[in-house]
Design a protein around this ligand. Structure first.
Ligand code: NAD
Length: 270
């Protein structure tokens, strides 16, 4: 059997995916899921070179795909604009773009440093603008593409003490809709996913701190944090977000366009 040919087990075989911010958290889970479905993957994100080399090897060996890493720091517009050309240089084409890298600043707007505001927008919005504007010509040439932007529930509703995060994630949802319309007559789709609380490293760190502070078990702290925002009382796993992203990259999802899809335990339905 040709390993590059799509099959039910590997529906994305032969595709090339770029996932920004994929050395950890949701991005890493997404890179793994796309690789599992047969995609070659360009990782991007910060971290120790040895650890990143280990991730590349682990994913490549587990799923029989090529895995590379682009070190672009997406706070920098020049590096964000050069990322897709780097993918095209390495793999020859780009089929799937997942704009996942993101950052936030906590605190009231009155004390929000202006430079941090710019930084949050640079990573959460501008980087996606640069990757999309550089990816679209290559996708149009191939006649197929999937763009998924990782927004947040805070792209759909407000929240206190995170004004730049809320504003930037709303902007990312707006960008998603604009790109979906500009590509509506093609086989290229653009959607956003909007997770609630996700059990990434920071969730476990916060639960550990709460457990120590309040003399409760880590499990009890995890349940308390989850229940604070999520009507379901459950946090979302990175793997569940990755599965949703991979679904939006599937053939079946070809007429899902411009959606901002919550995965939030009913947070935004209240
Ligand atoms: P994470 O902190 O676990 O991982 C972030 C990734 O982005 C890492 O690979 C890191 O190296 C990379 N990164 C950070 N700064 C970068 C930069 N300047 N250039 C390139 N890469 C950079 O993050 P996460 O929690 O998995 O979040 C991923 C996305 O999901 C973000 O956009 C975040 O806003 C969104 N999100 C997260 C949650 C959550 O609860 N974790 C909820 C909703 C939305």
């Amino acid at each position: 059997m040709n390993p590059a040919a799509p099959s039910p087990d590997r529906p994305l075989a032969g595709r090339v995916a770029l996932v920004t911010g994929s050395t950890d958290g949701i991005g890493l889970a997404t890179a793994r899921e796309l690789a599992r479905q047969g995609c070659h993957v360009m990782l991007n994100g910060l971290g120790e070179p040895e650890r990143i080399a280990g991730l590349r090897q682990e994913i490549a060996e587990a799923f029989g795909v090529e895995v590379a890493h682009a070190a672009a720091d997406l706070f920098d517009a020049g590096q964000a604009g050069a990322l897709v050309p780097e993918v095209l240089g390495r793999f020859g084409h780009l089929d799937i773009l997942v704009n996942n890298a993101g950052t936030q600043h906590r605190g009231p707007i009155e004390s929000h440093p202006t430079d941090r505001w710019r930084q949050v927008f640079a990573l959460n919005v501008d980087a996606a603008f640069h990757t999309i504007r550089t990816a679209l010509p290559a996708m149009r040439e191939r006649g197929w593409g999937r763009i998924v932007n990782v927004a947040s529930v805070y792209g759909l509703v407000g929240g206190t003490d995170r004004s730049s995060y809320v504003a930037s994630k709303h902007a990312l949802v707006g960008l998603t809709k604009a790109v979906a319309l500009e590509t509506a007559d093609t086989a290229i789709t653009c959607n956003a996913v909007c997770p609630g609380d996700v059990s990434t490293r920071i969730f476990y760190r916060n639960a550990k701190l709460m457990a120590e502070r309040e003399g409760i078990t880590r499990e009890a702290a995890q349940r308390r944090i989850a229940a604070a925002n999520m009507p379901s009382g459950q946090v979302v796993t990175p793997e569940a977000v990755a599965s949703l992203i991979a679904y939006l990259c599937s053939e079946a999802a070809r007429e899902i366009r411009g959606a901002a899809w919550p995965i939030d335990g009913a947070w935004t339905t209240r």
